[in-house]
Design a protein around this ligand. Structure first.
Ligand code: ADP
Ligand code: ADP
Ligand code: ZN
Length: 237
């Protein structure tokens, strides 16, 4: 039987190996407001193209209690900024992304850059093949964020109405428990949207002339958005 050991390899693994063998390894940046579907689409990109999903939100959540008091910041931990919906200082986030991208052939970067200085820092870290922007109207974003549920084990996103798991409160992918993020309450959501308008929206203009820049209609069903996202990466990478 041993010569047949490869037969049972999962589909995702095969796709990843093909992507690696084809040397595609796209470097993808995904931009858009909180709730636009960046995390949802990034997960699919990572599976389809065999690249790492680098997300500052998840990295910071895993380090919410990290002591940053020696970095000359207003608060002593990332969590104090995050629960308010404010940006964590650049000095902390730039270092995290620099480390995550160091030596990486392909990736999908989600949640960074969120202001002009971070965009400058990113330029020095890596080149990008594709820059995707997910467009979603503001009123839709509040509903998406306040109804979001996240798997505590694997990070997969669900929605109580728009993207329900098969069994309420349980992850389809890994059976983990779903929870509501502390910053997905209405007050923090409204603050995050205003931080987005003031700090992050101007960043879009910096990328408008970039090679591989594609705007995607994010106000469609997740599978339809995915069709457009996948086609854009295949065309541009
Ligand atoms: P969402 O998916 O709702 O856009 P994220 O998970 O990307 O939110 O980010 C959650 C929080 O983590 C942000 O509100 C902010 O406090 C912090 N954060 C994430 N990325 C960055 C960044 N690039 N710069 C500063 N703060 C960040
Ligand atoms: P972001 O990472 O941009 O903050 P997420 O991918 O976490 O966004 O999506 C925010 C919420 O909206 C989640 O609850 C997710 O299940 C849901 N969602 C994602 N894409 C869509 C879509 N195309 N239509 C409706 N809801 C969506
Ligand atoms: Zn899970």
């Amino acid at each position: 039987m041993s010569e047949r050991a490869g037969v049972g390899v999962e589909n995702d693994t095969i796709k990843r190996r093909c992507a690696e063998a084809g040397g595609m390894n796209p470097k993808i940046l995904i931009l858009g407001p909180p709730g636009a579907g960046k995390g949802t689409q990034s997960g699919r990109l990572a599976d389809e193209f065999g690249v790492e999903h680098v997300t500052t939100g998840d990295a910071l959540r895993a380090n919410k209690e990290m002591d940053i008091s020696d970095m000359d910041t207003e608060y002593d931990t990332p969590g104090e900024y995050m629960d308010r919906g404010d940006l964590v200082p650049d000095v902390v986030v730039d270092a995290m992304v620099g480390e995550a991208l160091d030596g990486r052939e392909g990736f999908v970067l989600d949640g960074y850059p969120r202001n002009g200085d971070q965009a400058e820092a990113l330029k020095d870290m890596t080149d990008l093949d594709v820059v995707l922007v997910l467009d979603v109207p503001e009123e839709e974003l509040v509903d998406r964020l306040t109804g979001r549920r996240v798997c505590e084990d694997c990070g997969t996103n669900y929605h109580v109405e728009f993207n329900q798991p098969e069994e309420a409160g349980v992850c389809d992918e890994c059976g983990g428990d779903l929870y509501q993020r502390e910053d997905d309450d209405e007050e923090s959501v409204r603050n995050r949207l205003s931080v987005y308008h003031d700090n992050t929206e101007p960043v879009l203009e910096l990328y408008a002339d970039h090679d591989g820049y594609v705007e995607i209609d994010g106000d469609q069903a997740p599978d339809e958005v995915w069709e457009d996202v996948k086609a854009a990466v295949e065309a541009e990478a």
